[in-house]
Design a protein around this ligand. Structure first.
Ligand code: T46
Length: 134
């Protein structure tokens, strides 16, 4: 599977770096929610679900973590370790986040507000839903 990666423009000067992300510009959807996770315990694995419609951009703005993506055919992992890089994670993609460094802050820009009905949290049900679309 192809992982869609973004390299965001850094507006650097002698004061340091700044990255600006605008909806429908650097981010390919209207941003309706922002959340972030931090203080993730050692050895913790999060995620374990897919979404029916949600689109997201994941950016590890501090520290590092790994993301496993599974589209029902293939699994890929990606290392997020730069605040200027992000990945797109769309619907019908199982995701797991792991290997968080103690200082990791994983920022997520999302296309929809929180809706538990958009989640598929059972791997067999996820496989059934993607098989139906293959
Ligand atoms: C995803 C990955 C990358 C809210 O109340 N509002 C929110 O917007 C979110 C994201 C979560 N919550 C609550 C629901 C749970 O009680 O926060 C708690 C932890 O959420 P969850 O267990 O779903 O977190 P992760 O890390 O497994 O998954 C999250 C997102 O939920 C998910 O959409 O794609 O990060």
């Amino acid at each position: 599977m192809e992982i869609v990666k973004y390299s965001f423009q850094e507006h650097g000067d002698e004061r340091g770096q700044l990255i600006a992300l605008e909806e429908s510009k650097e981010i390919p959807f209207a941003i309706r929610r922002v959340y972030y996770m931090y203080d993730t315990g050692e050895g913790v694995r999060r995620g374990f679900h897919s979404h029916r419609t949600l689109e997201q951009i994941l950016i590890c703005i501090h520290g590092s973590c790994r993301v496993l993506l599974d589209d029902g055919r293939e699994r890929e992992t990606v290392l997020l370790d730069k605040p200027c890089e992000g990945i797109y994670v769309g619907p019908d993609t199982w995701r797991e986040m792991y290997d968080f460094s103690p200082d990791a802050v994983l920022l997520v820009l999302a296309s929809q507000v929180y809706d538990e009905n958009d989640y598929i949290r059972d791997y067999e049900k996820f496989m059934e839903s993607v098989r139906d679309k293959m």
